[in-house]
Structures are given as C-alpha cells and as structure tokens.
Design a protein. Sequence first.
Lengths: 417, 92
Amino acid sequence: MIQFLYQKLRGYVYVRFSGKNARRCMNLCVRQNISLWKICVLSEEEFCFYMYADDIWLCRPMLRKTHTQIKILKRYGVPFFTFHYRKRFFFPLALAAVCLCILYYSGFVWKIEVIGNSNISEDTMITYLQEKKAGFGSEINKIDCPSLELAIRQDFDAVIWSSVYIRGTKLIVELQENINQQNDTAQTFSDPTECLDLVAAKDAVITSIITRSGVPYVTEGQEVHKGDLLVSGCQEIRDDSGEVAQYYYQSADADVRGIVIYEYKDNIPVHWQEESETGQKRTHFCIGWKDWFFESPAVFPVYENSHVMEEYHQLHLADNFYLPFFAGKKTYREFEYTTQTNSEETAADKAKQNLDQFLSNLEQNGVQIISKNVRMIKRSTNYVITGEIKACESIAVPTPTAQKEIPQEGTTTDEHE
Amino acid sequence: MKNHKKINPENLIETLELPKDLILGMPVISLTGNCEILIENHRGITDYSEHQMIVLSKEFRIQIDGECLNVEYYTGESMKIRGQIHQITFLP
C-alpha cells in the first residue's frame, strides 16, 4: 500500500524500449539505480516496463549511447493528474476545502460506541455523556477520559469497571456490569460502614421468617404494612439494672416471606381500530449534517396515515474516523384504520393472554402464585377484567438503620421510633 | 628461507564467519516454490525471453528455464522473476 501510494505520488510511466541494444540499455539504466518493474518482452529488441517519470531524464545518456528508442505509452500518478487539470482552479480549491473540513472535524467526537453494557442501555449512556459534555460533537481536547471513567463508576451503581478512550473521532466506552447485583444482597450487607434494617416492601401477612442476623420484630401470621420494620440491625445491650447501656449495630439478614394480594385490572375495548397497511410505499432519500436532515423533495403527496422507517448511515473515512455527515432513506408505508369488533370469545382469549403474561412476569420475579380470582364483565364500550391474585413472595427490603443515642443515666429510651 | 603460504580468501571468510555475499559479491537466490525467484547481487540480464532467462552475477551466470517468465521488478540490488520455473542452472 505504501509502495503504491509512493508510486502514485511520484508519478510513473509505461514505456517501450526498442532497438538492437534495448536489453543492454535496460541493464545500464539499472546500473544507474533506475528502478524498473513489470518488464514485458515484446520481441528480442522490444521491452515494455514501468519506471518513475523523473527517471526518464536520467536514462537519456544511456539511450543515446545504445541507440535505443523510447516511447512513453501511458502516464500515471499525481504529477500527470495535476498537469492535466491545471486549468481547473476550483478543483484544487475544493480539494483544499475538503481537506480543511476533515482536519477541522477531526477535533470532535462524532461517534460513541458503548461496549459491554447489558442493563444500561446505549441511549442512557449517550445521554449521560451528553450531560457530561462528552457527547456527539464535543471537542476531543476538552474530554478528560480518566475523570469520565471515575464519574461513570460513581453514578452507575451497576458498573464495576469502566474504560473510556478516544480512537480517531470515536469515543469508546467499555463497561463491565455487576449483573448479579439484584440478588447479591450479601455484598450490600457486608458493607461494615453501613448497617441495614429490613422493612416490608408491601402490605402482607407473614408466612415465614428466618433470621440470620438482627433482631426480628414480626412473627409468622402477623399482618404488616408497607414500611413496617421486620428485622432490625440495631441490638440493645442492657446493663444489670435493665437500662440500655449501648447499641450494637449490624446489618440485618433474613428471609421474610408473606402473602401479598395483587389487584388485577384490564380493559379490552369492544370496538378498536386496527392499522392495516395498504401495501403502498414511497422512499425518500435524505442527507444530514449534525442535527440537520434534508429530505429529497416529495414528487407525490405524502400519505395521510403512514408508518415511517428511517435508515441512516454515517460517513466514515476509516473504521474510527467518523464525520458528522449522514446519508439514508425514509420509507413511508401507507396504512388505513379499519374498525374491528371483539366478540366475547376473542375478548376472553385476549384477557387470558394478558393475565398469563402478568402472572409470568410475577413468577419471573420470584413470586409464587397461590390463587387467582379474575372475572370479566361486558359493558357498552369495553370488557372490564378485574380480580385479585394471591401470591407468596419475599417482602423484605433493606433500609439504613437509624442511629440512636445512648440514653443518659436515669432516662428511658423507646426501642424503635 | 621463509615459507609463505598462499591464503585462500574463501577459507579466511569462513573462518571469520563473514557474509560471502558482501565480501565475495556472491548472488543470493531465494526461491519461493517454483513460481517466484528473488536474486540479489546480480550484474544484469544477458538473455530474456518467456522461456529462458540468463542473469549475470560476479562469478557465474544463472540460467532459469521455465514458462511465462517475467520480471516483477528490476533494480540495481535485486530482481524478482515470476513464472513457472522448471530448472535453474549455473553456467561458468
């Protein structure tokens, strides 16, 4: 590639040497450090080959000496190209303008790539970077990658490792997330600087409680409301007189399960409008610069109702050298509204599907379904589905323990406010 | 009477482990399969056709027989020949 570019920049010619001593002339040229390549034998006295354009002047004494004729068959490279278009002033000006434009745009970020994310979406990260002034169109010189890495780790709890670096005009954010964060309660509890209580996440009736650490405040069969203390991380140490001498703090750890009632509501309309595509579609081509997009003028009027599908490609000169120019197309697919009617049977099927989906989502979150009581009532415009779902699930959520003051001698303190 | 022994330069070079191509100007020939040959330290081409090529070196001539032989590049230091090479002969 480098050799090819060098040849193009220097300029080279395809020549024919003819004469009785053509081969000798060729050897003499090589002795003068003239490079020849792709030598082709036409006959005993005729050779064709490529050589650099400026070497022709060097081989003139050898040509005279050996009585060899030279004929330039083809010319290649930048010197000949510029000579050919020497009268077109605007061409080099435009070329220079493009080069300056590329040089100017190379100082900004025009592409953001997020690698290794699973829970944090790419859009979330791009919005975050935009807030940190490291988004699309930000100056590369003003982006401080190490501080950005630190900020990502601090602002996103799920991120345990991050790396931010710039390649060309592309900002690459590599992340490593703690995907087991939701279930990894042990890590939360193991933090020695923070002690945690367990409180009820929702109204429930306790079915089982297994306490590993902390002081339990509820028993099986007890009804609790949202926010009630289940297991405390604060343990009282009493002296001989029965007064609180000291508080011992530890993170509460327990499995607390309870019966929870979920209210289920669904609504299915009797008549509904369906968007059915007519099969008609039109494509408009677009070009864009930063946030500005120019659409090719529509020859035909745009459809009254249409789905629009946009597809854009960003211009890039190399894998990591993106520019703020876009090209793409917009496809309009016409659709029309058709009124459909749900019969009681189809409404029941849809209601069952929605309910199954709801129950499936609950089960995926570790909720055990005990019973369900759902019924459907037909009204003038819609079917109303209501009911109750009885489920058993873990209801404890950690919350920081309120720090208590050690009571002075002769005073009493409430155990928990 | 002093006994002057004539020193053979090749023996001396071998003893001193000097590169022969630099000291004696011997050609270095690199062959890739039977389709490409690279010759360094040559002295020019004496015969060139599609079936036979004779390259001159300091001590001898190298005759390359084959088919569709063509010179990929030809500079003062080296030359590369491509084609179907059948035989390489060293002529005095």
